[in-house]
Write a protein that binds this ligand. Sequence first.
Ligand code: SAH
Length: 348
Amino acid sequence: MTGEKRDIKSMTLEELEGQLAEKGCRAFRAGQIFQWIHEKLAGSFEEMTNLPKDLRERLSQEYDLITLKQEDVKVSGIDGTRKYLFGLPDGHVIESVLMKYKHGNSVCISSQVGCRMGCRFCASTLDGLERNLRPAEMLDQIYGIRRDTGERVSHVVIMGSGEPLDNYDSLVRFIRLISHEKGLNISRRNITVSTCGIVPGIEKLAEEGLGVTLALSLHAPDDRVRRTLMPVANRYPLEDVMRACETYFKKTGRRLTFEYSLVKGVNDNLAEARALAQLIKNRQGHVNLIPVNPIKERDYVQSGRKAVEEFKLYLEKNGINVTIRREMGRDINGACGQLRRSFMEQKS
Ligand code: SAH
């Protein structure tokens, strides 16, 4: 971050109004500036041509307009998926992905640099947590992709590197800004927050009144197996996690997604499918099966096609809503976090 300047892109419209009023600006200026930042995606104060020149100068002296640097982009020849590597103002890099579906364009963003949750199969957590992302840095992943492609973004999934509920305040601020009617105005129903199961965070989000979709990374139907894959399961037992999910549904009316990465010989046999069906039954939600993406630092193996199909079939027969997550951009796809790792390895 450059010196003492304030981060204007992370500010709400109300905050901006308050600060401009203090400077003696006319009331409508805050709305203009907010629109330049969040709707027209301005890259500098200079571009804000309907503001008086002296105001533009004052703004650039007092505020930072955080903009990410596009370090790299890989484009899939199969389905047009675009994987971006963005540089942050302090030199860290993060990954974001644009996926094109029939129902619209979806961007997957990172919420932290690294992660401290320690899930065993995940590349993002191998070096621990570097730092939280600011709301502006979460926003600019989407703004940057929109600037680069000119494409509309209708869906946002917070499923990149990091645990969003471990960066709670920035997450909530980000959601309010990205769904603001004077900004990109992305429908909150089309925003999905994915969590490894931080119970107090889920409960708090349920009270926030945002109406976003919650995805729980389940990956096992019981604590014994879950603890071998996800250290966070030692802290929050499944019973409490599922109760928090229930609360989330009751408060928001939003159905949950349960993510389940299938790891050969660890969580993919029919006994686990049975236990999973039992766990999910009578809950409002559906299961997303993801054959685990192997990372070279660990020796987990992806479940075979047949095992995945059988697992799915069993759940379906037991009345569970289930999909196998289509692998997007298979030709450019390392597991999440791997593009960033290979970039850093090259640099060092
Ligand atoms: N921290 C959040 C969001 C980021 S991870 C969470 O845990 O949900 C997004 C999803 O990808 C999670 O379900 C995570 O468990 C899963 N994931 C991470 N690495 C993976 C891999 N190598 N293969 C398959 N799924 C993976």
